[in-house]
Design a protein around this ligand. Sequence first.
Ligand SMILES: [Fe+2]
Ligand SMILES: [Fe+2]
Length: 168
Amino acid sequence: MATEPKTLNDMFIDTLKDVYYAEKQILRALPKMAKAANSAELKAAFEKHRGETEGHVERLAQVFEIAGKAARGKTCDAILGIVEEGKAVMEDYGDSPALDAGLLASAQAVEHYEIARYGTLKAWAQQLGLTEAVSLLDQTLAEEVKTDELFSKLGVGSINKSAQPKAA
Ligand SMILES: [Fe+2]
Ligand SMILES: [Fe+2]
């Protein structure tokens, strides 16, 4: 039996599954990063984004529904790798001044992955005529971009400075 040629719709659903899995991994990683962070500002930023991430999972479930598919995740090796690097930072820089700078860098790698994925999903939803999905994906994309900007501000504002204390 000949297999059906795969289309953009198949790719859209596969990528939704990838991001759904990734967001759930991020939900588990953010509290650990908040706990590890020294800076109160950074802790608060991680905790705030954990709350937003719950909304991202919820929106993805809605997008699955719009696409007529059950919400299901599919192992995303990219996010596993990024989260693994974050764990290594916590282990290798546990009590060091540079810990927060490393956590921030890991968190921004996560955001950039999400921004890439949501940008693609939004473009594909547009192409597929899934107007409601476009709006949901765009809301999440905007939150990821805003979070990335906040992280950049924290880095330049204080975190990077305290990572390199001046010699007495
Ligand atoms: Fe997210
Ligand atoms: Fe995010």
